[in-house]
Design a protein around this ligand. Sequence first.
Ligand code: ZN
Length: 156
Amino acid sequence: MHISKDKVVSFHYALSDNDGKLLDSSHGHDAFAYLHGAGMIVPGLEEQMEGKAAGDRFKARVEPARGYGDFDIQLVQQVPLEKFGGQQVEEGMQFQAGEHGVFTVKEVKDGKVLLDGNHPLAGVTLHFDVEVTDVREATPEELSHGHVHGPGGHHH
Ligand code: ZN
């Protein structure tokens, strides 16, 4: 069975950046499972999954625009510390800022907080080493929920 829309795909991956530094890996865990065509994985990888079958191994290079986005300097902003209402603010903390998504604290200095709303992998060219382990039809329930049930997916 080949990967196409509405198939449930399980795969193992290792993700590296341009310098070959390992960023993430599924090895040692369950294979990652997703519903193909539902936008659950970055578009540049989903495109390259199309047509593959269980047992296929391949490398996929994904540019930032088809991955986690280009780095947007507009999403980096400085906010006065007093805006945080006296709560402890430390480098590396993350805040949900309504519909603007997640902001990460990059620096706290002189009563000011530097926030970055970019995804941690924004601007990074992604190098995936992929091994497809299983391809199957999605169940009607999975299609109506828009995600995968069972190993590597949702449990509920
Ligand atoms: Zn569900």
